[in-house]
Structures are given as C-alpha cells and as structure tokens.
Design a protein around this ligand. Sequence first.
Ligand code: ADP
Ligand code: MG
Length: 272
Amino acid sequence: MHTNDMIAFEHLTVRYPAAKGQNKPMAAVEDVSLTVPQGTVCAIIGPSGCGKSTLLKAVAGLIEPSAGRVRLAGRAADPKSACIGFMPQNYGLLPWQTVRGNILLGCRIRGLWHEGRAADEERLQKLMAELHIEEFSARYPRELSGGQQQRVSLARAFLLRPDILLMDEPFSALDAITREEMQDVFLKLWQQEHITTLLVTHYVEEALYLGQHIVVMGAHPGHIARIIENPLGGRAEVRGTQEFFEMGRGLREEIRRISRENTENTGKEGQA
Ligand code: ADP
Ligand code: MG
C-alpha cells in the first residue's frame, strides 16, 4: 500500500456463521482488495446483498475478517487507533436525546467535547448554522423530518473530525430533491475537511457526484467487479453538465454489464 492510503482492504473475505440446517455459508465478500487514498471519497455501488455494509463494518471493526485484513493508515484496523465516524442507514440518532445531545454524542464518548469551552461551542454553532439546524437544538429526533434528521447525523459525524467517515446509504430514505440538497451539504463540508470517506450508495448519480473513486461490486459472493477513477467526483459545478450526463450513462451501462456477467456466471438472478 502507498503511504497516503487511509483504508486498505487486503484480500478480505468475510463469512458469516451458517444458519441452522445450512452447509458452509457463501462468503458475504470474497477476496476484496481496495485502497482508498487519504482525503478522498470512495463510492461503493452494487446490488443488494453484495456485501457493501459488510465492508463498512469490517472497517469499523464490528466484524472479524475470515481471511485477509483491513489496514487503516498502515496499521491493523482498530477502532481505538483511528477515529471513525459511522453513519448508519437509519441515521443512528438516539430518540431520548435532543438534537444537541445527539450531535455531541460521538465527541463526548471520545472525550473530545469540553462543555463550556468557547472554541468547542463556536465550532458546534458554526456547523449547526451551516446545516440549518440551529433552531432545532432542543428538539428530539421524532420532531424532525427525515432530511433534518440526516443533517443532525451529518453534524455529529463532522463535529468529530474523524480520520475516516463511513456512510451506509445515507441519503436513500430521502426524496429526490432533499437527497440532492444533502449531497451538496455533504460536499460543502467535505471540501472543508477532506475526510476520507467510504460512501455506500444505490444511486449512480450520487456515486458520480461525490466519489473520486467508484467501486462497482458484484454478488454471489460479494466481490469488486470494477474500480473506476472519476475526475468529476467532489466537484459541485459538474452537476447538470453534458459531461456528467455522459459519465452517468456510461456507468449505468457498466453496471448492467456486470450484473449480466454475474447472472451468467452464477445462474442467479442479477438484481439492479
Ligand atoms: P449489502 O449491504 O450490499 O446489501 P450486506 O453486507 O448487508 O450486503 O450482506 C452481504 C451478505 O451477507 C448477504 O447475503 C447477507 O444476507 C449476508 N449477511 C449480512 N449480515 C449477516 C449476518 N449478520 N449473518 C449472516 N449473514 C449476513
Ligand atoms: Mg447494506
């Protein structure tokens, strides 16, 4: 791996324990090798069940590899050595905590929040203002729309200034307009901090808009089918351009082709 690689999957295989009455389980992901350079966004796209969430969980240290390994900044993956922000699909907000409490959660757990310290408070207020959630500070998650909850979740992740940000289909539950707004909000924050990010998404345009690297996965078992370098990723001005449109069409075709190859190889139904 290169010295500037923040995340490195090295021949990673993950097998979950077989369910009762089943033989040897198929690997959730098999022999995945991938490096993500520091400060970049890597978008992962692929059919349901191809092991996208499994990859994120392996980085977060939530599951043990069956073979191979994950290295973070050159060291064995260890949640204690790298600061990792994990945004799960359902936002991961605690219903009994206010917006403020939820945003501070990650920092508090790691002892990075100092109640009453002006610099900390200023940073929090600035972030909440940027995300347009400052007036919701005392509210509870159930009193917010999906898009607002998503902003709170983003605020929590960015306040932490993690080395690595893991986002599991973060904008999927949002309507199309709100999703595009949230992509812009994310991009603005990312352009300030350049946090190395693994972003799992179902949306071709989202992968293209945010990912400098796009990893297309196939299933049965989960594997990397293609890695595409994307010069358009992370540039707000490209949305709506002809170039963006053409790239989108190309990527869609590529994904369809991979899905077809997958189906032919396994005899299983390819899911899009
Ligand atoms: P994706 O996020 O791409 O939809 P996942 O990583 O969630 O895929 O799952 C990959 C495969 O592993 C799927 O076949 C899924 O059924 C299986 N799997 C995921 N989590 C578990 C688990 N805890 N126990 C057993 N099998 C699992
Ligand atoms: Mg998943």
